[in-house]
Design a protein around this ligand. Structure first.
Ligand SMILES: [Fe+2]
Length: 316
């Protein structure tokens, strides 16, 4: 394959996408993933597609107290060896060159799994994220509301993944909050027993199933990582039910998690998608995206606009 090399093909064909597994890849050296190219990309991305803070965040980090870093985004990338920072470039698939690279990689996975298109393989709402972080930086414990191939490009990373299938780490309500409000989850020492650690060097990667909690720390060099995510129909449906449940919970109407009442779930999905379609044209404008996020997710939804030394969201 050009990009992607599962170390265990059975992992891609049997348990996928339910269990994590390690893999090898060929993204190292790709000119789209070097520091100078990424500095240029950061300079032209809209502000809401960048999130950055100090690399000294805790494993169990409350979002509102995440330590900030007093540097402009482009400076962070150009000085990542000394910046003590953590940054993510979001939705890089909106750039044509990155989209081509991402779709080519996922198409390799689709073919290995016996499908002849991304859609047939269940890869919808495909996105790319690039993480640029200084040595000894921590990505706090969190869960993501998508399925994720994570590829290490530069530097070493320790990627800790936790089995939460019995919900003993994060119950359904915490998973709903991580999907809708903020991804971070509280960490407790008793979770250690459920951890699998992947020691990733450039050329290594890991598949992270939907909402499997994880935290990450860079080793003694700066790090560049690429994350390719998608949402299958099943994942999108679950996320939409979470969104409706969160809104109803917000007005004092706690709901069952997805799956308990299939008929009610179907009604929630239909209502949410009709409302989302109605506001979609407004989302082309960054200011409107910001207003919609606040309306749907609450005041803290625009947390990543925080500026150094100003812990509260300004005019979100
Ligand atoms: Fe993550």
């Amino acid at each position: 394959m050009t990009f992607f090399e599962p170390t265990d093909t059975a992992a891609l064909t049997q348990a996928f996408p339910k269990l994590p597994f390690g893999l090898k890849h060929h993204f190292v050296g790709n000119p789209l993933l070097t520091l100078p190219t990424l500095a240029e990309l950061v300079g032209r991305l809209p502000r809401d597609r960048l999130e950055y803070n100090s690399g000294s965040a805790a494993i169990s980090q409350r979002p509102e107290t995440t330590p900030t870093v007093d540097l402009e985004p482009e400076q962070i990338v150009r000085n990542i060896e000394s910046a003590g920072a953590w940054m993510v470039l979001k939705s890089v698939e909106q750039e044509p060159a990155y989209r081509k690279m991402i779709e080519s990689a996922l198409m390799e996975v689709a073919r290995t799994r016996g499908f002849d298109s991304l859609k047939a393989a269940g890869f919808e709402d495909i996105r790319g994220f690039i993480f640029v972080s200084s040595a000894q930086s921590t990505t706090p414990f969190h869960a993501d509301a998508d399925e994720n191939f994570f590829f290490q490009i530069h530097g070493d990373k320790f990627f800790h993944v936790y089995d939460n299938r019995d919900r003993s780490i994060a119950p359904e309500e915490a998973l709903e909050a991580s999907a809708i409000k903020h991804r971070n989850l509280p960490y407790e020492a008793k979770f250690d027993a459920k951890c699998t650690t992947y020691k990733l060097k450039p050329g290594d990667g890991v598949f992270v199933p939907y909402q499997w909690p994880h935290w990450v720390r860079t080793a003694d060099s700066y790090s560049i990582s690429l994350s390719l995510t998608w949402k299958s129909q099943e994942v999108r449906r679950r996320n939409d039910i979470f969104a409706v449940n969160a809104m109803l919970r917000g007005v004092g109407m706690p709901q069952n998690p997805p799956g308990v009442n299939p008929a009610l779930d179907a009604a929630k999905v239909a209502a949410f998608r009709a409302a989302s379609a109605a506001v979609e044209p407004l989302r082309r404008n960054e200011g409107m995206r910001r207003a919609i996020r606040r309306l749907v997710k609450g005041r803290d939804a625009n947390y990543y606009y925080r500026e150094a030394g100003k812990p509260d969201v300004k005019a979100s």
